[in-house]
Design a protein around this ligand. Structure first.
Ligand SMILES: Cc1cc2nc3c(=O)[nH]c(=O)nc-3n(C[C@H](O)[C@H](O)[C@H](O)COP(=O)(O)O)c2cc1C
Length: 180
């Protein structure tokens, strides 16, 4: 059975939730392990057939640790099946919901200097009640400008779970192709 490592980079946990959903879809046909990208020992990567990385956006960027990880481990990642997805609020807009049209993913791929085999972009969650005062009002301003929800007493989940399922199915299909 193939071994798949699912790595998440998150601040508020929504990317982890998406990773858990992907794991649910893959788990019956591949042996999955879910870990934070900050905790994984790079020496362990060679023990996996597939590595999937999910990372959220905060103030315009994926966290630096994601960029560093993908640059430093480019060689081993490219020798394995690999997939990357980004989670951000801008992706709630259909015209910014693909790896080719989402500005953060376009910039990120340009910066790491290589293109993961499979990529996706998922709209995240705006969870006003959990943010500190600064973040709450900064996000509210971003939402006002981008015509998103501004009620700071509520949470708004934009994730299209069907899209997560399709991405998982694409990974499974690729894993199946390489089966001997
Ligand atoms: C402080 C803060 C800054 C954010 N900055 C951006 C941003 O610049 N662009 C964007 O599209 N989404 C932005 N978001 C939305 C997050 O990407 C979204 O909430 C995502 O679901 C967070 O995932 P996580 O819980 O895994 O960290 C921001 C969210 C917060 C709380």
């Amino acid at each position: 059975m193939k071994k798949t490592l699912i790595l998440f980079s998150t601040v508020d946990g929504h990317t982890t939730k998406i990773c858990e959903e992907i794991l649910k879809h893959l788990d019956h046909s591949t042996q999955c392990e879910l870990r934070s990208i900050d905790d994984i020992d790079p020496g362990k990567l060679a023990g996996f057939d597939w590595i999937i990385i999910g990372a959220s956006i905060r103030y315009g960027n994926h966290r630096k640790s994601v960029m560093d990880f993908m640059k430093t481990n480019q060689s081993i990642l490219q020798q394995r099946g690999n997939a990357f997805f980004s989670v951000n609020a801008v992706a709630r807009k259909p015209e910014k919901a693909s790896p080719e049209t989402n500005p953060y993913v376009v910039k990120f791929i340009d910066r790491i200097g290589w293109k993961p085999h499979l990529m996706a972009v998922f709209a995240g969650k705006i969870d006003y009640p959990r943010y500190n005062l600064f973040d709450k009002w900064a996000i509210r301003l971003i939402m006002t400008i981008s015509k998103g929800p501004t009620d700071t007493s509520s949470s708004f989940e934009f994730t299209d779970w069907e899209k997560v399922k399709v991405f998982s199915a694409n990974i499974l299909a690729e894993q199946g192709k390489n089966e001997i």
